[in-house]
Design a protein around this ligand. Structure first.
Ligand code: NAD
Length: 395
């Protein structure tokens, strides 16, 4: 294909929607991708009105079925290269399946879908059709997450013994859903959110951060799922003790009732030689602690090898990823942009008939999405049987 910008279609995003906005800014970040179309709302009339009121011109559709069907007849340079699914969890599976079958790549919000049955079908289809499929685990897009992964996978911390991966929030500490708040109402409804509220919504991010940074898998869980706010059907507090594939242990924990906690996602990895500490609310640096030495704080854009901890040569692709010099902060939007940039590279290769990676090293892939759902379903089972150790299924 030519070097025209990739065409992206939105599924969801109208009327007070949240996560579509960081995504659409990130899509436009490099000038090499653009939003051209959208099915923004379940009601067709509102969907069209919302598209007409979009801050820049896009083609509105009454439904994602219409958007995907219309794509067939468009000239090649106007066809959608990928769709972005930013609907509540119960509207992930159907548009993803339909897009893949229509030959459109998919970038889907997390959690991948509602349950393992849907996740199995999505994986099977993506593999059969060989369509690029990304899952929007935002925090992998921070340069410091890439750096943390490099440090742990290079063995610089020794063997991983213990990981504490967490995502703490406080916004659901009261019964916000009773006020009709849009983002709260569907998140507490099992039909629209899935089998876990807090675990599905943000525990999956903590799990993904653990898996990405350490390269390890969770093999068995002992879970407690609590609901502190009266009358809520799903958990608002999620604590999972985990066995890791290397024999280490971990805690994956998430909460929505910790007043004062905003988007406090973080990870601590304790290895036999040292430990690593990182928090997304301060994403420009990470800290390494080694025995009997002052702590080392590494800042994005100001890392050099051969400092007594890092090897002299650092991977060229890692060092090329920062977008601005150290001290000009990158943050949430840059993380999203890095995910879309890496997904774009795979979509362009796919369109050109070349092999593409989609291997989870630059953004979460369909298998990562599947693992998040498997983790949640296993945690639900374990919590229902008094935190009994329960094995995760294998893909
Ligand atoms: N990656 C992250 O950091 C992150 C952050 C927030 C939300 N999310 C995920 O993003 C998704 C959306 O969350 P949100 O907070 O933006 O929700 P939201 O309620 O703010 O927005 C959802 C949008 O989907 C639309 N929609 C619903 N059904 C539709 C349909 N059939 N056709 C077209 N549009 C439809 C709604 O009208 C709304 O515009 C969820 O899966 C959530 O878990 C991810």
């Amino acid at each position: 294909m030519s070097n025209r910008p990739l065409n992206v279609g939105l599924v969801g995003g109208g009327k007070g929607a949240f996560i579509v906005h960081p995504h659409q800014r990130a899509i436009h970040f490099d000038g090499t991708r653009r939003v051209v179309a959208g099915a923004l709302f379940p009601d067709p009339k509102i969907a069209l009105a919302e598209a007409a009121a979009w801050p820049y011109p896009i083609k509105g559709y009454g439904s994602y079925d219409d958007m995907i069907a219309a794509n067939k007849t468009l000239p090649e340079d106007q066809k959608l290269d990928y769709i972005l699914i930013v609907t509540p969890n119960f509207v992930h599976f159907d548009p993803a399946m339909k897009a893949m079958k229509a030959g459109i790549a998919v970038f889907c919000e997390k959690p991948l879908c509602l349950n393992l049955k849907e996740a199995n079908t999505l994986v099977k289809t993506a593999r059969q059709l060989k369509v690029p499929f990304g899952v929007a685990h935002t925090y992998l897009g921070h340069w410091t997450s890439r750096f943390a992964r490099y440090i742990v996978s290079s063995g610089l911390l020794g063997d991983v013994r213990w990981v504490d991966s967490y995502y703490m929030q406080g916004w659901l500490a009261t019964k916000l859903e009773a006020t009709g708040q849009q983002q709260a109402t569907w998140r507490v409804d099992p039909k629209r959110a899935g089998g876990s509220g807090c675990g599905g919504d943000i525990g999956t991010h903590a799990l993904m951060q653990l898996r990405y940074v350490t390269g390890l898998n969770v093999t068995e869980v002992s879970a407690q799922m609590e609901t502190f706010v009266e009358g809520r059907q799903l958990d608002d507090h999620f604590t999972v003790y985990c066995k890791l594939s290397n024999g280490g242990k971990a805690l994956v924990r998430a909460s929505q009732i910790c007043i004062g906690s905003k988007n406090d996602l973080g990870i601590m990895v304790a290895g036999t030689k040292g430990s690593l500490h990182w928090r997304q609310e301060e994403p420009e640096s990470l800290t390494i602690c080694l025995p009997n030495q002052p702590d080392r704080v590494y800042w994005r854009g100001a890392v050099t090898g051969g400092d007594g901890f890092l090897p002299k040569e650092l991977p060229a692709d890692l060092m090329a990823e920062p977008t601005v010099p150290a001290g000009h902060p990158e943050a949430f939007h840059d993380a999203f942009a890095r995910l879309h940039r890496c997904f774009e590279a795979d979509v362009r290769k796919w369109k050109a008939g070349q092999d593409f990676a989609c291997d989870g090293s630059k953004y979460a892939n369909i298998e990562d999405g599947w693992t998040g759902i498997a983790f949640i379903e296993t945690a639900v089972k374990s919590a229902a049987s008094n935190a009994k150790w329960t094995k995760l299924p294998k893909l």
